[in-house]
Design a protein around this ligand. Structure first.
Ligand code: HAM
Length: 415
């Protein structure tokens, strides 16, 4: 026997039985985004590598060790997208969307790629649902977007939701804070992990995300940007909080929240659920007021979030289930299969979900299969051209004219 080839590590197949739970997420998102005026966008799976290194940040884990980057046959460096915000800002600039009414409100669903160590809820290819509102600095947009993710997770019945909220201020106000944090880290260097020490210059904020116990202890007393917010940044954050309070959305203030991408400014947030274990983050996002300009567009404030589809499924405990069919056409012998195929076609055109035997089963086997598929009725075609309708619940059978079959079966009636 030939050697079997498996799916690459950290990837997975979505089998037909898992499709309904995924479709329910897309359906809930689509309906919510429509009501809130968000249009759907699709961007390429791969982009120019510079798009991510310039925006997500060279010193982040994503860019420094998690990207699937390769040269195409023309020698250009391309990267399988690790996230969706930079590509959308690229599209915003490329299509001159700043000329449209602002903010431009967009949502997306697609596959993203990160070379991370696979574990429960962490894959190398995964799906994100996300939303971006580009072109407004109003705190109302911050609250609207946080509210959209909150409502989506509630609609999908994700249990024990925990919203963590913070602010990174504006880049100008962060300069002083960054120096203060760097001084604090240097003063405690003997306690810090090597990785954190190496990033004191390039990315000191990441120290808050360290899993190293000694570093964690040091970070408990570290100064936070949240404590240093002032002026317009503080006013913006206060307004976001007031709007969330008004909407009845509870949150925990978290000065240690930093996010793993460099483009954030002001409001940042994450939704977690303790049902997820170590990878407890369902979704997260924040403002990125400088990103569009960094990509050559005009100064444009913006905010968005993305949530992991697989993590939502895990937390909501989405059971795999096959959807039930309306009827199964069974045949007394193989000579009836052409008649059965014609009847199946007719019934499907009448709007019913119908299957027939495709495996040469006995009559007993066909009825068992009908039951397995959740069929409410079976139409049995006899060798002598007659037909019977079988109620799969009661087992009762009545003679019918096959031409009347469509009218005798109610579509989508719960079994
Ligand atoms: P992120 O926090 O890196 O943000 O990813 C968002 C979500 O994607 C995470 O909360 C998680 O649910 C899911 N996710 C990330 N990595 C993996 C993985 N390896 N396996 C499974 N799920 C994963 C962003 O990507 C930003 N672009 C969000 C954003 C949009 N900020 C502003 N706008």
């Amino acid at each position: 026997m030939a050697e079997k080839i498996k799916a690459p590590r950290g990837t997975f197949d979505v089998l037909p039985g898992d499709a309904d739970a995924r479709a329910a997420i897309v359906h809930a998102a689509d309906s919510q985004f429509r009501r809130a005026g968000y249009g759907r966008i699709e961007t390429p799976i791969f982009e120019d590598t510079a798009l991510f290194s310039r925006t997500v940040g060279e010193a982040t884990d994503i860019v420094s060790k998690e990207m699937f980057t390769f040269d195409d046959r023309g020698g250009r460096s391309v990267t399988l997208r690790p996230e969706g915000t930079a590509p959308i800002c690229r599209a915003y600039v490329e299509h001159g969307m700043h000329k449209l009414a602002q903010p431009v409100k967009i949502w997306y669903l697609g596959q993203y790629f990160r070379y991370e160590a696979p574990q429960a809820g962490r894959f190398r290819q995964f799906n994100q649902i996300g939303a971006e509102a580009i072109g407004s600095d109003s705190p109302v947009v911050d609250a609207e977007l946080i509210g959209l993710l909150h409502d989506l997770l509630v609609a999908l019945e994700v249990p024990s939701l925990d919203l963590r909220l913070g602010s990174l201020g504006s880049p100008e106000s962060r300069i002083d804070y960054r120096e203060e944090l760097q001084a604090y880290l240097r003063a405690n260097e003997s306690e810090l992990s090597r990785e954190v020490i190496e990033r004191i210059e390039t990315n000191p904020l990441r120290a808050f995300d360290s899993a190293d116990p000694a570093t964690k202890a040091v970070m408990q007393s570290a100064p936070t940007m949240l404590e240093r917010l002032e002026g317009q940044d503080a006013a913006h954050f206060d307004e976001v909080r007031a709007l969330l309070d008004q909407a009845g959305i509870g949150y925990t203030l978290d000065g240690t929240l930093v996010r793993g991408l460099d483009y954030y400014t002001r409001t940042i947030f994450e939704f977690h659920s303790d049902r997820l274990g170590a990878q407890s983050q369902l979704g997260g996002g924040g403002r990125y007021d400088g990103l569009v300009a960094e990509l050559g567009g005009p100064e444009t404030p913006a905010i968005g979030w993305a949530a992991g589809v697989e993590r939502i499924l895990l937390a909501a405990g989405g059971e795999s289930q096959e959807s039930a069919i309306d009827a199964f056409v069974a045949i007394a012998d193989a000579g009836q299969s052409r008649r059965a195929a014609a009847l199946v076609g007719e019934l499907r055109n009448a709007g019913l979900a119908v299957e027939m035997d495709l495996a040469g089963r006995s009559m007993k086997g066909q009825l068992k299969q009908a039951d397995r598929l959740g069929a409410r009725a079976a139409i049995i075609l006899d060798a002598d051209g007659r037909a019977e309708l079988r109620d799969m619940r009661s087992g009762e059978q009545t003679a019918i004219d096959p031409a009347d079959a469509a009218g005798l079966i109610d579509p989508k009636e719960p079994r």
